[in-house]
Structures are given as structure tokens and as C-alpha cells.
Design a protein around this ligand. Structure first.
Ligand SMILES: [Zn+2]
Length: 198
């Protein structure tokens, strides 16, 4: 698009989004430019607001707005006695979409891995133990992935919770590798027995 630096930068940024390559990024940019008032203006404003106000909750790892409390762990309308532990927010969304589970979520933000620098302290495991004690949680459901890292993490969490009397269960299959919404919606072979063990 005529080597305009602003446009080039925008195309580069948009092509970093999941599922988008340079071609679709160009189409999106063209659409934006043709809709300055309807798209660019509100989008710029919304992005700035999201950047300023949206963070991960330091207690449960979910997303929250600084303007309100955390919908996930400070939800006083519904009290639950279960927490489902997942690796990331996409996993939480998948499980919510599949409607097989009703309860709190706890988002670790990754797994314990020997190959990267993810530290145990970053995974909000201590805050999980605190939540279990504070909210009188009766059951923790581990939904980490079936990978070595996912299972190592599950084992570490189990060990961290051993001094509480909480019941620990696992999702029958765990969240499949790269598990995202589509996997649960499709209920293909891999996930056909996706359910929560009692
Ligand atoms: Zn929270």
C-alpha cells in the first residue's frame, strides 16, 4: 500500500494476530481505513482502555478490569465449592463453552517446564492454596494438559495441596495439547470422553 510507514506498521502488527497472514492483514487495514469514524476511532479508544485497565488478576489469574473487581474470584453472586485449574485463559473459555463444569476457575498462566524459564512462583500455585483455604473449597479439579509439563504441574499442585483436606480430581483426558474452543465444540475422538471424574 504505497509504502506509507504508518500503514506498513499497522499491517505488520495485525499480521501477528492468530490466524492472520500479511494478505488478510492488508484487507483488514483497508477496511479500517475506509471506515475511519466507525472502526478506527472507537477501536483506538477501546484498545487504549484495554491497555490501561485490563490485567491478570493476581489471585486467580483470570482477566479483570481495574475499574471493577475480579468476576472470577470475587464473584459473590454465585458461591461454589469447586475450583477448576487450567493452564491458560483459552482453556477456561473452552470449558465454559462446553458447559460441563460449574464452579470457580484458577488460571495458572503456564506450566512448570524444565526447558523454559517459567518459574513455579509465577504460576499462582500459592494463591491457589490460599483460595482453597479461604473459600472453603471442597474439590480441586486439575485440567492441565496431557503433556509432560502439564502432568508435572498437576503433580506439583497436588503436592502443594496435600496439607489441605481438599479432594483432588482430574479431567478424564485433561485439556488436549493446544486445546482451544473448537476442540470441545467438535467433540472429536480425542475429547469424546471429556468429562469430569467424580
Ligand atoms: Zn481473580
Amino acid at each position: 500500500m504505497q509504502n506509507i510507514p504508518e500503514i506498513e506498521r499497522l499491517i505488520k502488527l495485525i499480521s501477528k494476530l492468530p490466524g492472520l497472514g500479511p494478505k488478510s492483514a492488508k484487507r483488514i487495514v483497508l477496511k479500517l481505513i475506509n471506515n475511519r469514524e466507525e472502526l478506527i476511532k472507537p477501536m483506538a479508544k477501546t484498545l487504549a482502555e484495554v491497555y490501561k485497565n485490563i490485567f491478570r488478576c493476581k489471585i486467580c489469574g483470570s482477566l479483570k478490569s481495574n475499574l471493577n473487581g475480579c468476576n472470577n474470584c470475587e464473584n459473590n453472586k454465585n458461591k461454589f465449592n469447586k475450583i477448576c485449574v487450567v493452564e491458560n485463559i483459552a482453556d477456561q473459555w473452552s470449558i465454559e463453552t462446553s458447559s460441563v463444569y460449574q464452579g470457580y476457575f484458577h488460571i495458572l498462566g503456564g506450566t512448570i517446564s524444565s526447558s523454559n524459564n517459567q518459574k513455579k512462583e509465577d504460576l499462582l500455585i500459592n494463591s491457589l492454596v490460599e483460595r482453597v483455604k479461604k473459600d472453603n473449597i471442597e474439590e480441586v479439579i486439575l485440567a492441565t494438559s496431557a503433556t509432560v509439563e502439564g502432568q508435572t504441574t498437576a503433580f506439583y499442585i497436588q503436592d502443594s495441596l496435600k496439607n489441605t483436606n481438599v479432594k483432588i480430581s482430574k479431567l478424564a483426558q485433561g485439556v488436549p495439547v493446544g486445546g482451544e474452543t473448537k476442540i470441545f465444540k467438535k467433540r472429536d475422538k480425542k475429547t469424546s470422553n471429556f468429562n469430569i471424574k467424580d
